[in-house]
Each structure stands twice: as C-alpha cells, then as structure tokens.
Design a protein around this ligand. Structure first.
Ligand code: HSE
Length: 430
C-alpha cells in the first residue's frame, strides 16, 4: 500500500490529538483512503514535555527546518501557532513542494495572500479546515459544496470562548471575569485571551471565510472589530426583555461586487436559530443564491474537534499527491475586490442611555434622531422615581453607521445624558 510521510510542526493540544487519532483510527483511514499516512518527524519546543500521548522519541526534533529537508515527508502540518516562524515554515515547505496543512488562523488572516501566491507559483496546495470552526467543515463547504453559489451572507458565531462567556452571563448571571476564567480553565481560550474577548480571533476567522467566499484576501484593516469586553449584565437583561440575545457575530455580506466584513456584539432575535447556540459551540448560517439558507453547527474548539479537521485536510492532501488538482485550497477570482467602509454600512441599533428622569428628555433625544433622519422603532424605560437617573433604551430603525455616530455625538453632549451612551448593533437576517 502506498505510504505518505507527514511532518508535524508543533505538538501542543491539537498536534498531540493529530498524532493520537492518526494512530487510533489508522485502520479506518487506510480502508477509506487506500494508503497509509505515517508521521516521520515531529518538531517540538520541549523534548521532555508530557503531551498525554506516547510518541517514539526518535521522531522528535527541536528544529522544524529538519522537516523541510526530510525527503520522506510529503505533507507538513503546521500547528506551531507562531507568526514569523510559522510563515517561514509554510513558505519553506511550499518551495520544496510539500503540501501544507495548517490551522493558523491569525497567520492566514494576515498573510493569506502571500501564502497563496507562493502556493500558486509552486502549484502546491495549502489546506486550512482547522482554522475556522474547529470540527465544523465550513471551509470545505464554502470551497466545494457551494462552489456554484454567489454567497450572499455568512453570519457566524466563531469564537467559542466569547460565546461561552455570553452564555454564562445570560443564563447563570455570572460576571464577565468569572465566566472568562471558566472558559480558560476548560482550555478554550487563546494563549492570549485578549484575542477571544476583543473580537480579534473572530475577525481572523471572518477574514478567512470572507476571502474564501469572495475570492480575494480581505485586508485586515478593512474589517470592523469590536469585542465583548464592555458588555454589561444590564444590556444582556434589556436585550432579553426586548426578545433578543446578544452574540459576538461575524457578519459577512456582499452586494453589487462590494463586500462587508465586521465582528461585533449583536442583538439577534431570540427565535433565530443562532440565538440558541450556546456555550463553546460555534455556528455559521450561510446564504447562497442557489442553495438558499444553510446552517453549520458544532464544536468550534478543543483538541478532538480540531483534530478531526486536520485529519480531513491530511486525507485531502494525500489525494492531491495521488491526482494533482487545479484547486489549491483557495481559488482567487475577480468578481469582488472592494470592502464597504464601516461608515456606509447600514444596520439597526440598540441604544442604552443613562439620563435624568425629567420632562422633555425623550423629546430632546427624539429631536436629534429626527433631524438626522433616524427612526425609533421602540422605547423601553423602566420606572424610576421622578428626578432620579433612569435608563432609557431605544431600538433604532435602519441607519448607516455614520448617521448613528453623528447622533451619538450630539446625544452625548446633552446635559440630561449622564454617561456615555451604549450602542449595540441589531441583526434581523433579512
Ligand atoms: N479561542 C478559540 C475559541 C479557539 O474560543 O473559539 C478556536 O479557534
């Protein structure tokens, strides 16, 4: 039986899972694929570390460059999660015609264009199913299953840690810090947890999904990103009273050749299917012009789920060695190419204001919104004693981000407004 040699760069949580399941599911893989996959070499930082799997010591090296020079290795798996080193490793592998499998979302989001230019010039595939949505096969779905569709929109819950935090804040009334600690203890958070809560990790994934869907590498600076760090129990509670849940959503849309890519906390109707995606689970609702709406749901992080994605890429890499292909993992095209500036993007909004409870306050605020052609769809004001400070929640009809920013600047300057207004975007999936 034909055998392919694999070089594993990085043996953290996912690397150990790949080694473990290549061994455990070896017979199944051999039967299904018709060839053997054998790990030839593993690059690690620390030779002595316990990884929870037994690895023959002769496979280990602390020098990832050895994998590039090993002629027995045809496929490399990059799981080092670094920036420059991972990039050097991947580009080095492509130059040597070794197929690349990686889960490095930050690297792809920032250097996808460069990596795929190298891949095309050397005709070497790069596969990255593990970069988005853990075990959910969203990359292959967009790349293959929906190849004939214009993707109209993708709405994704793509960061398990922030979804876990929001779920615990909503359902158990936990504070933000306490919920983050729980997520970290469960091993879901990034090495730098700031990336989970500030929207950075979700933005990396949004860039990858949007780039795949629209055929060009979306420049990171064109993506609007806001995290969940400033959400309060108050907002979660008001959203519930109004029939919404708050989720950190990656929103990707296209219209007339122009696309929008953004990540921010979002009020979504509690009846929408994404509202019931809880804990560390991820989900993506994808709308294509032929297929209509479809939903992907599953474990977006964790050793086994992510390992499953890496192994599917390994199988695809081995197939690509057997029969060379035109699709190298990303198919660039020229139907799209520009990103709409955030100012011009239209949304609906939730505004929470902290105001003096006295006559005329609502009239002043409504006056500012009216002057700017912004419509109010509903108002919620929990009862407060006359003359005290009150919360005032306004739901706002469709307006551009520029319009709402102008309104917020004017509203903040009113003497009856006691704190910086809180604005959260609302999505109705129409
Ligand atoms: N920190 C990420 C998350 C892990 O919480 O979703 C998977 O990319």
């Amino acid at each position: 039986m034909q055998q392919f040699g694999i070089g594993l760069a990085g043996m953290g949580n996912v690397g150990a899972g790949v080694f473990k399941h290549l061994t455990l599911n070896r017979a199944l893989l051999r039967e299904r694929l018709g060839y053997e996959m054998a790990v030839q070499r593993i690059a690690v930082r620390d030779l002595g570390r316990d990884r929870g799997v037994e690895v023959p010591s002769h496979l280990l090296t602390t020098n990832w460059r050895e994998l590039l020079e090993d002629p027995a290795i045809q496929i490399v798996v990059e799981l080092m999660g670094q920036k420059q080193e991972s990039l050097d490793f991947i580009l080095g592998a492509i130059e040597r015609k070794k197929i690349v499998v990686t889960g490095n979302k930050a690297l792809l989001a920032e250097h996808g264009k460069e990596i795929f230019e190298a891949a095309f010039s050397h005709k070497v595939p790069v596969f990255f199913e593990a970069a988005v949505g853990g075990g959910i096969p969203i990359i292959k779905a967009i790349r293959e299953a929906f190849v004939a569709n214009h993707i109209q929109s993708i709405h994704g819950i793509v960061n398990g840690t922030s979804n876990y935090i929001l779920t615990r804040m909503t359902e158990a009334g936990l504070g933000f810090a306490e919920a983050l600690q729980e997520a970290q203890a469960a091993g879901y958070a990034e090495a730098d947890p700031a990336l989970d809560v500030n929207g950075g990790d979700a933005a990396h994934k949004a860039i990858i999904l949007a780039s795949l869907a629209y055929g060009f590498w979306v420049p990171p600076e064109k993506v609007f990103v806001e995290g969940i760090e400033h959400l309060t129990a108050n907002d979660i509670c008001f959203a519930r009273q109004l029939g919404y849940r708050i989720k950190l959503l990656a929103i990707i849309k296209a219209e007339s050749g122009e696309i929008e890519v953004r990540v921010h906390p979002t009020l979504i109707p509690e009846k929408h299917v994404l509202a019931s995606v809880n804990g560390v689970f991820n989900a993506m609702a994808v709308k294509g012009d032929i297929v209509g709406e479809s939903l992907f749901y599953g474990r977006g992080a964790g050793q086994d789920a992510t390992t499953s994605a890496v192994l599917s890429d390994l199988a695809e890499a081995a197939d690509a060695l057997v029969s060379p292909r035109r699709n190298l993992g990303f198919m660039p095209h020229g139907l799209y190419g520009t990103c709409k500036p955030m100012d011009q993007i239209i949304s609906e909004y939730y505004l929470r204001l902290t105001v003096d409870d006295r006559p005329g306050v609502i009239a002043q605020i409504a006056g500012i919104l009216g002057e700017l052609q912004i419509g109010i769809s509903s108002i919620l004001q929990p009862e407060a004693a006359e003359g005290e400070i009150a919360s005032l929640v306004l739901m706002i009809h469709r307006a551009t981000n520029a319009q709402i920013a102008a309104a917020l600047a004017k509203i903040s300057a009113l003497s009856c407004v006691k704190k910086a207004p809180r604005m959260i975007r609302v999505e109705h999936f129409s």
